[in-house]
Design a protein around this ligand. Structure first.
Ligand code: SAM
Length: 233
């Protein structure tokens, strides 16, 4: 399947395993992921999409409207969908207290100053239970045929694995999260170790409880250390 479907499937698999009730998709664009999540609900009660570009949201949002088969679903009454035009750099009280925030191929469209604001808004203010962030892995660009420069002209940056990981680990230390790194779009045979995934993904979980915090703090220090000094791994 194409890469964007693989990224969405990653989110859907996470949702099936973790059963979040309130989900917000940041940079929802034409609501493609939201439409897929709508059919994997059952436990989702509130599905929200946010994008700075109102035109993109409106273009296909009618696809989110109930279809006749929806009325037959026992969970029909339970699902509410809301779409907001707004920027991920701004605090919005309606977005606090979610179980899952997804940010799929969004951060590379922000300036680095706005990525800082994004971190503060998402992890420091919205404080969701879990966050999934995906972004291009620039190390993979070497195996993409004919690519010069960034993958998209609107990208403000594309990070290596080490750059993404050091951003993510700093976010964890600043706001009390832990993170696992993975991705979608595997490299050609034999090159996985060297270039990684096409899209890199960080899955963040909010820490809770003193003992957990302490253990995770040590784990984080270790991760930070091995990203900063890869030769010592
Ligand atoms: N998440 C979509 C998906 O998985 O198919 C694709 C994302 S698209 C590559 C990036 C989106 O981020 C665009 O729709 C753009 O309008 C939106 N965007 C850019 N800057 C934003 C901001 N500051 N706040 C919210 N959305 C933003």
């Amino acid at each position: 399947p194409p890469l964007h479907s693989q990224r969405h499937q990653f989110v859907i698999d996470f949702v099936k395993r973790n059963k979040p009730q309130k989900v917000v998709d940041l940079g929802c664009c034409e609501c493609t992921l939201l439409k897929k999540l709508k059919f994997h609900r059952g436990f989702i009660e509130l599905l929200v999409g946010v994008d700075v570009n109102g035109g993109k949201i409106k273009k296909k949002m009618y696809g989110l409207a109930p279809i006749s088969a929806d009325f037959l679903q026992p969970s029909y009454d339970q699902l509410r969908i809301e779409l907001y035009q707004g920027s991920v750099t701004q605090k919005d009280v309606r977005l606090r207290g979610f179980d899952l925030v997804t940010s799929i191929e969004l951060i590379e469209h922000l300036t680095l100053a706005d990525v800082e604001r994004f971190s503060e808004v998402v992890f420091g203010y919205m404080t969701p239970v879990a966050v999934i962030v995906s972004t291009p892995n620039s190390e993979f660009n070497n195996v993409l045929p004919g690519l010069t420069g960034f993958r998209n002209s609107d990208h403000k940056f594309e990070w290596t694995r080490a750059e993404f990981q050091s951003w993510a680990l700093k976010v964890c230390l600043d706001y009390g999260y832990e993170v696992e790194f993975t991705g979608v779009g595997p490299a050609p045979p034999g090159q996985q170790e060297m270039v990684g995934f096409c899209s890199q993904i960080g899955v963040f979980h909010r820490l809770g409880g003193f003992y957990n915090n302490l253990m995770s703090f040590y784990l984080l220090l270790y991760q930070l250390y091995s990203v900063t000094y890869p030769s010592l791994r």
